[in-house]
Design a protein around this ligand. Structure first.
Ligand code: NI
Length: 160
């Protein structure tokens, strides 16, 4: 169990492009485990990208919880190879506390990546899972949801 500190908007590192992982080794698996612990400790997060914990590597973790298929996705060098349709979602981000935004995302995506053992995986995702994959992969290119949002809201005002 090791949590890492989450970088927040204003931190230049969040705006940098992450590098591809060349070798999937114990160091990368440790990073994935730490990212998972950090995500779980956040309560309401469903995904985390390595730059959010200060590491410029193309690594993401997704756990949709009850809204997903119960699996934890630990993905290395993820690439969107297909996009289909559109949907608008009100998104937040652990690196952008206090704000939500409406973002247009693909309705469905196909993502190719490596798993934590370095094995190639192909994931077909739709709805929330497609949004989350798109959001996390954007982080690897230094893009935050506030760059794409058509409208931005104060998160506190959204609570009932
Ligand atoms: Ni985010």
């Amino acid at each position: 169990m090791a949590q890492r500190q989450i970088r927040e908007v204003g931190d230049d590192l969040l705006r940098k492009k992450s590098r591809e992982v060349e070798v999937v080794d114990d160091k990368i698996r440790q990073l994935l485990d730490d990212m998972y612990d950090t995500l779980k400790a956040s309560n309401d997060g469903i995904g985390l990208a390595a730059p959010q914990v200060g590491v410029l590597k193309r690594v993401i973790v997704i756990d949709l919880g009850e809204e997903g298929d119960g699996k934890v996705y630990k993905l290395i060098n993820p690439v969107i190879t297909k996009r289909k349709g559109e949907q608008v979602c009100r998104e937040g981000c652990l690196s952008v506390p206090g704000l939500l935004g409406d973002v247009v995302r693909p309705k469905e995506v196909t993502v190719e990546a490596l798993d934590e053992n370095g094995k190639k995986v192909v994931i077909k995702a739709k709805d929330l899972f497609a949004i989350c994959l798109s959001h996390e992969i954007d982080h690897l290119d230094g893009i935050l949801f506030i760059d794409k949002a058509t409208e931005i809201f104060d998160a506190d005002a959204e609570e009932e």
